[in-house]
Design a binder for this molecule. Structure first.
Ligand code: GTP
Ligand code: MG
Length: 926
């Protein structure tokens, strides 16, 4: 079939010149811009050729372009006598009053579709520039002109590249997008360079050249009626390089502009306008916190080296040589704002420092003094340990320290990673080779922000959590807080130790409950490090194999052994992890095993293929996790955007429906209340059992625990016990694998009784949501009844508001459940505090026995109320959470219902149906 299409539009224009347009009379538009579905040709035709639902058109039987042109221009009536007309499937873009308008639009759309200019970055010189698309190939052509003027002319005139005589250069480039006009490409170029300077801010989408449609200033009001919807097709099309989130952001920015531009003094209109603008602004408030991955491992196992490898910067974090180790909790995240490496160093307060120092003064010989000595040497130098505290206080360095502490925080920033690393090392590392040059005893925590790692860290924070127990009280508390934040954990262990260790959970054993019911950890990766550390002969002997018996044709014997051991380690550790998973506290974690070499990743001499170092695998985990979080954020954003557009699109609901929404809200809140009450009662029953058991057994349990940790000779135990009392019931001696935690021991029976139900009540993973969970009850709450398959726009708006609200409340539940869980521990810690203080005062001979007696007496005195009070506190916290959820739902949804009902216009305020369609397409693409 031949047809007149956009390719022939020049002929069309010629034929239309000089012709009088007599077709613009009458009310209805006369010409339609359509795409023929079978051939994908865009063209203009008389509106009268369209069928009633505008999905098909009549097509005349003419072959010659002249005759076809004439038929279109004259609006020939179908069908003519003689040959019958065909029916063709079409997609209607829009109808216009005049032929000229329709043709103009067709040209614009065609130009946008094809793209005339492109924005590119020239790779070699990193210049962002605009070029005509006819210069594009996989590389791009570049003209030999020297003067900027001549170059610019070549671009604007879309000069054809000369490929034979005096050929143009071919240069490597990255394409950002194609645009209809030079002006649009220039605007895009500016937006990109602005974005490059400030990558975290959203793209500037305000397009001054966007024509204001006459309709948009008239339709958004309650008094005027406008039959025409705003012409959104004249907006520049969204460019292909934008991701769905940016595209939907742009849509909403444009809508915001349109709404802002509408002037009307009608009070109802003003309220609606304010509501809509407010709702759009709130969309950009991202309250989600980043996901935290905690890196656990004993000293020297390779945590810092692993982080460096994953981040691709070998010397970023100090990794131990002789006598050096990371001494402070270090958080690593992406710098999304500029290209600097930044360290934010938080110091302990002056009061905390005084307390630590005063504590040091009280300490007796040996172990604690060892710790104090280490700190003093780190800060004041090797000779300082001989000095008294008073002498140290007179030291100039002491004044310096006091000055440092009074600043509270220090920021180090540098664009060069090695300069940055050498400036920051003295705050992170305990280095025996650098006495007097380390500041770690003053540092509470360090946050490092690194540039160009958006792909890995945009939504993720990695925390190096040295867990060896030579902290003070402040950092112990911080450590406990941080582990509750981890959504995943990497246990790092030297491969040799990992294979022989009986319990791979070792390092986590004492805090498994803080990660599980008390935290939000879902995933545990077990990472065996230093796989390149291999002596083949020794290894082959130990596994009783010969070189010929292990696979790996063409590989040298060392690599073969490395790969063989990796395989073995993966199998053995997976088995060990699985077998201990039968314990309830561990069964909910997903576990994976990796075998990595950070050294071989950077050192090609070690001849281990990149893939075999398994660093790329860990990177992929981060990349995929970022992607999935971003996808979720995009889905949430689009959902919310659709809700707001539905509100704009909506017409008034009838009175009955209005009442229905209000009644549903009340009814469903009541239902939710009943459901939560059920959970409350269940928790109460478990707690009561826990109280009973605690009162009955706490003394014995405490005695048993103390005898299990007390060294046979009792040597030195009194110092550890005193330190525990001085620190409120928790102390982690340096050489112990886990802390001495009396509060944990006292709360054991309570936790044992609630753990199972608590985990079901508060899952951290959506996939673990059970009927018994608070999140499930919340999910089922809705004031939109699933009766009709076709929802009214007001309903869609309310539904999307509900979804957003429920998602944010689900996050509140996970946050709050951690606090709820820890109430038992903190209540017991608080009640026991006077007892600990009293015990710590016991000095001299027999002090161990006296301290213990004080503690046991305190427990005996407190047990009749202490556990019950902890139960009451926990239930109160549960109730507070319940009330917060109910109140938020009630107030927010009441506002949403009110908002949607204030749309009293009988007419569309602004026709945003195209934008809604666009959002539908975008959400399908996410
Ligand atoms: N051969 C080999 N050595 C490694 C590897 N990773 C780390 N090491 C070495 O192991 C030692 C300790 O590494 P770190 O990364 O500092 O260990 P860490 O776990 O951060 O130690 P702390 O900071 O003390 O908690 C250093 O001497 C590293 O060079 C590896 O993949 N192969
Ligand atoms: Mg380290």
């Amino acid at each position: 079939m031949s047809s007149v299409n956009v390719e022939g539009c020049d002929d069309w224009k010629m034929s239309e010149e000089g012709d009088e347009d007599d077709s613009s009379s009458g009310d209805r538009p006369n010409f339609a811009l359509v795409t023929l579905q079978d051939t994908d040709e865009m063209m203009v035709m008389p509106s009268k050729w369209l069928n009633t639902d505008k999905t098909q058109c009549h097509w005349p039987p003419f072959r010659s372009p002249e005759k076809l042109t004439e038929a279109v221009r004259d609006g020939l009536e179908p069908p003519t006598a003689g040959k019958p007309w065909e029916m063709l499937n079409i997609v209607l873009h829009k109808e216009y009053d005049t032929f000229e308008e329709a043709i103009k639009k067709q040209e614009e759309l065609k130009a946008q579709k094809d793209g005339m200019f492109a924005v590119v970055t020239l790779q070699e010189s990193n210049e962002l520039t605009v070029i005509p698309v006819n210069w594009l190939k996989t590389q791009c052509y570049w003209p030999p002109f020297k003067t900027p003027k001549k170059c610019l002319e070549a671009v604007k005139n879309r000069l054809e590249p000369i490929k034979r005589k005096s050929p143009w250069e071919l240069v490597n480039m990255d394409l950002h997008g194609e645009y209809a006009t030079y002006q649009q490409a220039k605007e895009k170029q500016e937006a990109i360079s602005e974005q490059m300077e400030r990558p975290s801010t959203s793209l500037k989408t305000n397009n001054p050249s966007t024509p204001q449609t006459p309709c948009s200033t008239q339709t958004f009001g309650v008094k005027r009626k406008c039959d025409k919807s705003p012409d959104i097709t004249v907006q520049p099309l969204l460019t292909t390089d934008m991701d769905p989130k940016k595209k939907s952001k742009k849509i909403m920015e444009d809508i915001k502009e349109k709404v802002q531009a509408i002037q009307d003094t009608d009070p109802t209109f003003t309220t609606i306008k304010a509501h809509i603008l407010d709702a759009i602004s709130k969309m950009n408030e991202d309250t989600r916190k980043k996901e935290t991955i905690g890196i656990f491992g004993r000293t020297g196992e390779g945590k810092s080296s692993l982080l460096n490898a994953v981040l691709g910067d070998q010397f970023l974090l100090p990794s131990g040589g002789f006598g050096a180790c990371t001494a402070v909790i270090t958080e690593v995240e992406a710098n999304l704002n500029d290209s600097n490496y930044i360290a934010e160093i938080e110091f302990i307060s002056k009061e905390e420092w005084d307390e630590e120092f005063a504590l040091s003064d009280k300490e007796e010989a040996n172990e604690l003094t060892e710790m104090t000595k280490e700190r003093i040497t780190a800060l004041f130098g090797a000779e300082a340990e001989e000095k008294t505290l008073e002498e140290l206080k007179r030291d100039d360095k002491y004044k310096d320290i006091f000055n440092v502490l009074s600043t509270g925080k220090k920021i180090i920033s540098s664009s060069d990673s090695s300069a940055f690393a050498s400036n920051v090392v003295c705050y992170l590392e305990n280095n025996l080779a650098n006495p007097g040059g380390c500041f770690w005893p003053l540092v509470k925590s360090v946050t490092i922000k690194i540039p160009n790692r958006r792909e890995l860290l945009e939504q993720i924070v990695l925390i190096d959590l040295p867990g060896t127990g030579d902290y003070d009280k402040i950092r112990d508390d911080l450590w406990k807080t941080k582990i509750r934040e981890c959504s995943a954990v990497w246990i790092v262990s030297d491969i040799k130790r990992a294979i022989t260790d009986r319990n791979p959970w070792g390092i986590l054993e004492h805090c498994i409950e803080d990660l599980g019911p008390g935290g939000e950890c879902k995933h545990i990766n077990f990472i065996c490090t230093k796989t390149d550390d291999m002596k083949p002969a020794e290894y082959l002997k130990s596994v009783r194999l010969t070189e010929a018996q292990i696979s790996g044709q063409g590989l040298d014997v060392k690599t073969k052994c490395i790969l063989h051991r990796n395989d073995l380690a993966q199998k053995t550790i997976t088995e060990k992890l699985q077998s201990s998973k039968s314990e309830e506290s561990k069964e909910r974690f997903i576990t994976d095993v990796f075998t990595v070499s950070s050294t071989a990743f950077f050192d090609p001499e070690l001849k281990l293929k990149n893939v075999d170092t398994e660093i790329p695998k860990l990177r992929d985990i981060l990349i995929n996790q970022n992607k999935s979080i971003n996808q979720q954020l995009t889905r949430d954003y689009i959902n919310e955007a659709k809700g707001i557009l539905s509100l704009i699109q909506s017409i008034q609901l009838d009175k009955d429906k209005t009442m229905e929404l209000q009644t549903n809200l009340e009814k469903n809140l009541k239902l939710l209340d009943d459901n939560f009450e059920g959970l409350y009662e269940k928790l109460k029953r478990c707690l009561s059992k826990g109280v009973e058991e605690s009162v009955r057994s706490c003394v014995k349990t405490t005695q048993d625990m103390l005898s299990s940790v007390r060294p046979k000779s009792n040597r030195g135990f009194h110092r550890i016990f005193r330190a525990m009392c001085e620190r409120g019931g928790f102390y982690w001696p340096k050489k112990w694998n886990e802390p001495l935690d009396l509060n944990k021991c006292l709360s054991k029976h309570m936790y044992d009784n609630i753990n199972k139900e608590f985990v079901l009540m508060f899952p951290v993973d959506v996939n673990d949501k059970t009927e018994k969970s608070m999140q499930d009850k919340l999910d089922k709450f809705s004031i939109i009844l699933p009766t009709s398959p076709m929802l009214h726009p007001v309903h869609i708006f309310i539904q999307t508001q509900e979804t957003k609200l429920k998602a944010s409340l689900s996050r509140v539940i996970v946050e709050k459940k951690k606090e709820i869980y820890s109430t038992i521990y903190t209540a017991i810690e608080r009640k026991m505090a006077p007892g600990y203080e009293k015990a710590a005062l016991e000095k001299g001979e027999g002090s161990m026995q006296n301290m213990e007696e004080v503690i046991m007496k305190t427990i005996n005195e407190l047990k009749p109320q202490m556990f019950n009070e902890a139960k009451v506190e926990m239930l109160e916290m549960f109730n507070n959470l319940k009330m917060r959820i109910m109140n938020t739902l009630e107030s927010e949804l009441k506002t949403s219902v009110k908002r949607s009902l204030s749309q009293i216009s009988k007419f569309n305020l602004l026709d945003v149906s195209r934008e809604i369609q666009e959002l539908d397409k975008l959400s399908a693409a996410v």
